[in-house]
Design a protein around this ligand. Sequence first.
Ligand code: CA
Length: 225
Amino acid sequence: MLGDILIVEDEKAIADTIAYALRTEGFEPHRCELGQAALERVAAGGIRLVILDVGLPDLSGFEVCRRLRTVSNVPVIFLTARAEEVDRIVGLEIGADDYVAKPFSPRELVARVRAILRRLEAAPAPAPLFQVDEDALLVRFKGEALDLTRYEFRLLRTLLAAPERVFTRADLMDRVWSEAEETADRTVDTHVKTLRAKLKAIDPSLDPIRTHRGVGYSIGRFPCA
Ligand code: CA
């Protein structure tokens, strides 16, 4: 198998045609009809490329791509039905790798898939976003060692151990500050703030820690070593 390809398309006939063409050429097609399901499928891992229809019943393909890009670098090829959609893909930086306009030739689409995967293989593999060194109590972010306090290290390690999981402040207190004498909800917020500032100093365009208002915090699913 050349790789797992996710087709996100609510029109069954089109999805059938693409799946058939991919399978014929040695790929393993997977299918979703909704944007939300596609995000979950990519998060589950193993998908090498996403073919994404712009017009989906729940989220627009643009929104799906935007959300994907906060957690994944998986290549995306858009399927578009209208010229103004092409303008958005070409004009805005929404993180698409390519697009094909409907009606399209399945053979041409598969050729684009191959071309993108070939290009990726030729490029050096990007370093994992986070690397945790338990022995050295060190976390590297984009290859750079973060200068963390003991509690910042524990906080980040806790979040990274369960990507996408929302930790309440109480959860984090228990796990990170278990033996501390005096803590308050604000302690968690303060440490998240300083941690964010340190991550931002390395890459201002990424904000991997998410705030869940009134609840707590989570971190995205990243390639982590
Ligand atoms: Ca559609």
